[in-house]
Design a protein around this ligand. Structure first.
Ligand code: ADE
Length: 236
């Protein structure tokens, strides 16, 4: 079973519409849509914004649906000059930029219990997503670190700090929590984020305008990726 998580309705509605043989179960206030997507057994959920919601959703998928793969799809703020609105960033790894034990002498972003700053995405899934994006995505494609925290980033100062600390290409609010849960449950994962804004002082306005367009671009890529993941099962 493949789990697909998006934070907002606009990030998963397009996928739910394409599902057949759907069975809906509500767990902890979250609706889980189990059925077939492109003929592949999947469970799709809108988790809500932020790390706790995302972690609850991924853990429920692990326990209730025995997902062997989880893909997080949606939008993100682009970091760095080369990452523009409409581009896609595919995760090589995730960081939790707000995990901060530096006053205890730890490296910034070090995740307690895991002992790593970067949680690597499953390499085969990253490669597969990049390959599918090259075939179909309308916009530049980047593979790199995605930074997650319980903050909407809308200031050059904050985004520069995230770039400096983690060399991240995008920032969002769920992927790192999903990576954390997948790591602890031994689930393969990748995060796919279309860029809706540049995480700077204009991010609020740009986000309002471009998030629905970016969310659809990520959804369209998911529709290409799901059958490809299914065809590669057993190789990761
Ligand atoms: N998701 C989309 N844009 C974002 C931003 N600028 N900060 C955090 N999450 C986002």
């Amino acid at each position: 079973m493949i789990g697909i998580i998006g934070a907002m309705d606009m990030e998963v509605d397009g996928l739910k519409e394409q599902m057949s043989s759907v069975d809906i179960q509500t767990v902890s206030g979250m609706d889980f849509y189990q059925g077939l997507l492109c003929g592949v057994p999947c469970v799709v959920a809108r988790c809500g914004v932020g790390k706790v919601n995302a972690a609850m959703c991924a853990q429920t998928m692990a326990l209730q649906y025995q997902t062997s793969v989880i893909v997080n799809t949606g939008v993100a703020g682009g970091i760095g000059k080369g990452v523009r609105v409409g581009d896609v960033v595919i995760s090589s790894g995730l960081v939790e930029h707000d995990f901060d034990l530096t006053d205890l002498g730890e490296e910034k972003g070090l995740v307690s219990g895991i002992g790593q700053v970067v949680i690597p995405a499953t390499p085969v899934l990253t490669e597969l997503a990049a390959e599918k994006a090259k075939e179909t995505y309308g916009g530049a494609i980047h593979v790199g670190i995605i930074a997650t925290g319980d903050q909407f980033i809308g200031s050059s100062e904050k985004l520069q700090e995230i770039k400096r600390s983690f060399d991240a290409m995008a920032c969002e609010m769920e992927g790192g929590a999903i990576a954390h849960v997948c790591y602890l449950n031994d689930i393969d994962f990748v995060v796919i984020r279309a860029i809706s804004d540049n995480a700077d002082e204009k991010a609020d306005i740009t986000f309002d305008q471009f998030a629905p367009i970016a969310a659809k671009k990520s959804t369209d890529l998911m529709m290409q990726l799901i059958p490809a993941i299914n065809a590669q099962r057993g190789s990761f």
